[in-house]
Design a protein around this ligand. Structure first.
Ligand SMILES: Cc1ncc(C[n+]2csc(CCOP(=O)(O)OP(=O)(O)O)c2C)c(N)n1
Ligand SMILES: [Mg+2]
Length: 721
């Protein structure tokens, strides 16, 4: 049934979304979307969830989609606002999440540069295309109002048709406001296309034959197994074959993580071959959205809804686009039909050591936890055992912590739910947990487990948690560092000065410390800090009680011990801060200041006058200075661009400090001269207040960096006082 609807462009849009069953709109609004919000104020059926940053909003919509299965709809702002979505749309794209972003568009044929709007050479929808599904699903409604309903329905269809992913729709702000429009929509705005059915009988038999003939078939279940609720069938197949199950790049627990055949992450480790004496000779990928790393097995079978990510960097021997539960059931049934009874019964004996290997992974983790069970500071494995014991079994966990330990936690279709960003672009956690809580509803607990580093990319979301009372228990694994980066650096350059001296620039997050519970409290979410092991259990019990019984969000900042290579180093480069202030006579001056190793307040070390009008360049100059020597009384300051050394007391009036400040100013001037001659460093803003801001070191900086990795970049942002 078709129906004709009338009203403003905004009303046509809102009606189309409503007919499509959209219930929540996740938003960070702006004036280009006036038409949408005016329409919403007349029709109050849809619920608005506001986030104070676009990244948060996109993550909310994604979390909601992942737990509800519905499309997560975002109302975002014109160009400058839409680009803020990028990090989280990247995650949604990798995860294959069905999201629809709608934004007003201020493109104008009369005016070239309008704040936030696309400018000549930049088309809003086009510029978002690379971060939509398949890097192609971005649409634009510029002139024809009838296209508002057509393009919205098309976008919903694109978002939900495999390969699923985020879709972007920009609609002229003027059309959203224009009155007296008319358009047709299908009632109930049907947009879903029926998916493919089970694989053909011939294919099913061929797969069953190969699986049964293999000495050691490896099974890999991907996110479509979770999405299609094929967990039970996955377990049956693994048990029938007594085959090891490995995971890759997943955002859902597609196979129960405490199942005795679950062998951890792909690729298959050498350890597996040593313990079991088995060499995998076939891999069967089921609903997998791409493999991380190479595929070594000599025979490859893949099935699922999304053919786009099949066989991307490995050959395929058998592959089928199909649904999963019935196909898996068919394969399990065919195994006993195609193979003789003694062959079938022999699999368990042949691969009996697979369970021993899976058990070994668990017992190693248990041993680690036992080793640390009496530590004063909470060890990550001890936090893990506490969570395994205390969290309700129907918990849905959103995880954004790279070094948090989870092997002992039971995730799966019959246990706790779990999701992570997928693309690794930090800033997912808080928003995703809020969306997930909205998706699962009052009864199911949601736990957000994230690192201290990850948290601050989305910490403005505590406000949304409080406002919409999403009763989430947030647990921060706070090791005061970007530990996983440290570990990765050490792995990549084990013989570097950085690793030998334990001086990892840019990774230590303490000095000053952040009060994360206070950060949440200031936005309306209660919480506490756990500094020692004895405080952990009572805090977790309190948190669970608060969130489940009292239905309130709660935060626990757990100070965990640092684990991994270089983890015990608390070294951080002394922040060298250029501080610009305007003197009485309004002439800008520059002051350089050095913070102590111990995180004590910054001290001034030099002051220099600057000509009026040069303030911005001074402020945004990427400083490369090293503060060498110990103690606060004397400093050696070394300007590594010019190769000069300055020595002196860290005193605002000292000649040395002043000399350094002057050197910086001179450098700024020289840079500006080079810029004017057309050889300057790149700039990131083409207009307005961003002009003059430099974002990259020039090549000379990078070369000197390589020669002497001990030199560190000034880490603190320039401050204006
Ligand atoms: C948007 C974005 N910026 C930077 C990074 C690089 N990065 C990867 S992990 C990480 C640190 C994570 O720290 P934390 O959450 O504290 O976890 P830890 O490794 O300490 O457990 C960073 C900065 C990223 N993944 N995403
Ligand atoms: Mg950390």
């Amino acid at each position: 049934m078709r129906k004709t609807i009338t009203g403003t462009g905004g009303m046509l849009l809102v009606q189309t979304l409503k007919d499509a069953g959209v219930e929540y709109l996740f938003t960070n609004p702006g004036s280009a979307e006036t038409g949408i919000f005016a329409a919403l104020s007349e029709d109050q059926d849809q619920k608005l969830i506001v986030g104070k940053h676009e990244g948060l909003v996109a993550a909310m919509a994604d979390g909601y989609h992942r737990t509800s299965g519905k499309v997560g709809v975002i109302i975002a702002h014109v160009m400058g606002g839409s680009w803020q979505l990028a990090g989280q749309l990247f995650n949604a794209q990798i995860a294959g999440s069905s999201l629809l972003v709608i934004a007003g568009d201020w493109a104008s044929e009369l005016q070239d540069f309008r704040g936030l709007a696309p400018f000549p050479g930049l088309t809003q929808a086009e510029s978002m295309r690379p971060i939509t599904k398949d890097a192609r699903a971005a649409y634009q409604v510029a002139a024809n109002p009838a296209a508002i309903t057509v393009a919205t329905t098309r976008a919903l269809r694109e978002a939900t048709t495999p390969p699923t992913g985020p879709v972007y729709l920009s609609i002229s702000a003027e059309l959203l406001l224009r009155e007296g429009l008319e358009a047709q929509i299908g009632e109930a705005a049907a947009y879903q296309i029926e998916r493919p059915g089970p694989a053909r009988a011939k294919t099913v038999e061929a797969i069953a034959r190969k699986l049964g003939e293999a000495k050691c078939p490896v099974l890999m279940f991907g996110d479509d197994v979770w999405r299609e609720r094929a967990g039970v069938e996955a377990v049956r197949l693994a048990e029938a074959l007594e085959a090891p199950v490995f995971a890759t790049r997943q955002i859902f627990p597609n196979f129960p993580t405490r199942h005795p055949l679950y062998c951890g992450m792909y690729p298959v480790s050498k350890d597996f071959e040593k313990v079991t004496g088995l060499k995998p000779d076939l891999i069967f990928m089921v609903g997998v959205q791409g493999v991380h790393g190479g595929v070594a097995e000599p025979f490859v079978i893949q099935i699922g809804q999304n053919p786009v990510l099949m066989g991307r960097h490995y050959p395929l021997d058998i592959a089928a686009q199909c649904e999963l539960p019935d196909t898996l059931r068919g394969i399990a049934a065919a195994l006993t039909r195609v193979h003789a009874a003694d062959t079938v019964s022999g699999w368990a004996r042949q691969r009996e050591k697979v369970r021993a290997y899976a058990k070994l992974l668990i017992s190693r983790e248990e041993d680690l936890a036992r080793e640390h069970e009496h530590d004063v500071i909470v060890h990550p494995s001890v936090l893990e055992t506490h969570l395994a014991q205390l969290l309700p079994k129907n918990t849905m966990m959103v995880q954004e912590s790279s070094t948090a330990r989870t092997s002992l936690l039971s995730f799966g279709h019959d246990a706790m739910g779990w999701t992570r960003s997928g693309g690794g672009s930090l800033g997912f956690g808080v928003g995703a947990a809020i969306g997930a809580k909205i998706g699962v509803g009052r009864e199911r607990p949601v736990v957000l487990h994230l690192g201290d580093g990850a948290l601050t990319y989305s910490a403005a979301g505590f406000w949304s948690m409080a406002r919409y009372n999403t009763a989430i228990l947030t647990i921060i694994s706070n090791n005061e560092t970007y530990q996983v980066v440290r570990t990765n650096w050490a792995r990549e350059v084990p013989d570097s000065k950085m690793v030998h001296t334990g001086k990892y620039p840019g990774l230590y997050l303490d000095a000053p410390a952040t009060d994360y519970a206070g950060l949440a409290r200031s936005q309306g979410v209660d919480g506490e800090t756990v500094k020692t092991l004895k405080e952990l259990e009572p805090a977790l019990r309190r948190g669970i009680e608060r969130t489940t019984r009292e239905n309130k969000p709660y935060v626990i900042d757990v100070k965990v011990s640092r684990e991994g290579i270089g983890a015990d180093s608390t070294w951080c480069s002394r922040p060298i801060r250029p501080i610009c202030f305007v003197g009485r006579d309004r002439s800008p001056r520059v002051r350089l200041a050095i913070g102590g190793d111990d995180g004590k307040p910054v001290r001034a070390c030099g002051v220099a006058d600057e000509r009026p009008g040069e303030r911005e360049e001074v402020l945004h100059e990427p400083l490369r200075l090293e503060a060498a020597g110990r103690g606060h009384a004397r400093r050696n300051l070394h300007d590594d661009r010019r190769g000069r050394r300055y020595r002196g007391r860290d005193d605002a009036q000292s000649g040395a400090g002043r000399a350094v400040a002057l050197a910086v100013l001179r450098r700024c001037r020289r840079r500006r001269r080079l810029d004017e001659e057309g050889q300057g460093a790149r700039r990131d803003g083409a207009h307005g207040r961003d002009r003059g801001r430099r974002v990259r070191l020039d090549e000379r900086d990078q070369r000197s960096d390589r020669r002497d990795p001990g030199h560190v970049e000034a880490e603190d942002p320039p401050q204006v006082s």
